[in-house]
Design a protein around this ligand. Sequence first.
Ligand code: NAP
Length: 299
Amino acid sequence: MPDTPIGFIGLGIMGMSMARNLMKAGFPVVAWNRTPAKAQALAAEGAAAAGSPREVAQACPIIITMVTDSPDVEAVALGPGGVIEGIQPDAVHIDMSTISPTTTRKIAARLKEKGAHMLDAPVSGGSWGAQSGTLSIMVGGDEPVFPRCLPVFQGMGQSIVYVGGNGMGQVTKLVNQILVVGTMNAVAEALVFAAKSGADLEKTIDAVKGGAAGSWQLQNLGPRAVKGDFAPGFMVDLQQKDLRIILGVAEEMDLPLPATALVHQLYASLQAAGLGQEGTQALVKAHERLAGVEARVKG
Ligand code: NAP
């Protein structure tokens, strides 16, 4: 299997590290990126640089995309010079971006007309998980091709779960994001409460993180926020992209998501203040503004 050339389209924060890990696992990688310098940088490390997504698909039986949003995946998959123009019968397009399940299903149907397969395999674990090859990968799509792709997923991630047909990987990722933003909101609100009460913020986090209130957000993002470190692991702007997808899907189903909608508005207040490029822990700042109190350690 490591002899199989893997196509990689989209060498951003996530894609570059994921492609590097595939190369470390022994896979030959054929890469394309809209801004050519990034593909050239990977070529200097041993990848082959292709001239278009079509060329990537012509050269590879498995093609991964890791770009930003639904229209971007649609453009590289179905647009001029796209994957669909070069994909071979029985080849697999794996989209690992977080996008709308509806767009995923549309692309899968078009690829099927060419005799090709699609898996939607969005990830959780952030840029840290991409670098260390420890991503959680939620896979939807054509089940018979999942075993063939498993060694490729294992080169990038640790938890790899097949969850159902086309679009169900994306649905599962959206569930993940509902959980993430609800938890981050609770962390932000709790820290502002602690600050207003005069509590030692670091001791408070230490005291509660191992109990029933513990979470990845509290453990990893809480300490950063109270130290004033708002550098992004995952940016507010990208979180908002995911929340827009979630709320759109919910609206199509007539499903209320009151807490998720509230967090979307709180993040919108940060974007309006020019903080869209900060990390998602900046949600603390939205609560600080409402409360008129800063949740920051002194010194
Ligand atoms: P990023 O650093 O902004 O990279 C985006 C990549 O997509 C770049 O390679 C960009 O090319 C390419 N791209 C965007 N629009 C394109 C288009 N229309 N045509 C061709 N290429 C296009 O983003 P990222 O953080 O790697 O995120 C990628 C995906 O992973 C997103 O769906 C995101 O939600 C998801 N994700 C991210 C994280 C995280 O922590 N960052 C965690 C989990 C999931 P250029 O280089 O030319 O701009």
